[in-house]
Design a protein around this ligand. Structure first.
Ligand code: IMP
Ligand code: MG
Length: 183
């Protein structure tokens, strides 16, 4: 068990819990995509750790690709439009695509991104998120695979950041309010 980082209030998901759940998701996806060759599309940067572990939990052929988007944020625009900072390297036309994301929060980013990806005519398009915060949702989107449903608290670690920090923590914890109240 890793020691708790001083900026964190508590550990929400331990390394062991994450490992066990990611293994289950890997089994589930391997079963659902047996005989196929899905493309795992990770949305950078938050999902890099989840992607690395999830892809290694699959025992089927798969490809990996990466995309980076920036959100204008719900306050800046009502459309929730996102900018593509880095696009996929390969075409997804006719392929079975699984988008891999760290957390589904309001759903703005993924709702918009799914419209972009759907327009490229994949054979299928599914969503796998490590964390789901359903209480925050403002867009009609849900994930096909969910690691954990979490309460409305700001969490960091295992890829998730606050101001680009804490991504490398091997567990997921709740950030102390005083840390983000300073900014
Ligand atoms: P959405 O468009 O509101 O669903 O935004 C999702 C993005 O917000 C995620 O990909 C994260 O980058 C970020 N995010 C939302 N909640 C948290 C959190 O609790 N911790 C860290 N990042 C978060
Ligand atoms: Mg993110």
């Amino acid at each position: 068990m890793s020691t708790l980082h001083p900026d964190l209030e508590k550990v929400l998901l331990t390394e062991e819990e994450l490992k066990a759940r990611v293994a289950q998701l890997g089994e589930e996806i391997s079963r659902d995509y047996a005989g196929k060759e899905p493309v795992l599309v990770a949305i950078l940067r938050g999902s890099y750790v989840f992607m690395a572990d999830l892809s290694r939990a699959l025992d089927i052929l798969c490809r990996v690709d990466f995309m980076s988007v920036s959100s204008y944020g719900a306050s800046a625009t009502s459309s929730g439009q996102v900018n593509i900072i880095k696009d996929l390297s390969d075409s997804i036309e006719g392929r079975d695509v699984i988008v891999v994301e760290d957390i589904l929060d309001t759903g703005n980013t993924l709702h918009y991104l799914f419209q972009i990806l759907q327009a490229r005519h994949p054979a299928s398009l599914k969503l796998c998120v490590l964390l789901d915060k359903p209480s925050r949702r403002t867009k009609p989107i849900s994930a096909d695979y969910v690691g954990f449903t979490v309460p409305d608290e700001f969490v960091v670690g295992y890829g998730l950041d606050y101001n680009e920090h804490y991504r490398n923590l091997p567990y997921i914890g709740v950030l102390k309010r005083e840390v983000y109240a300073k900014d």
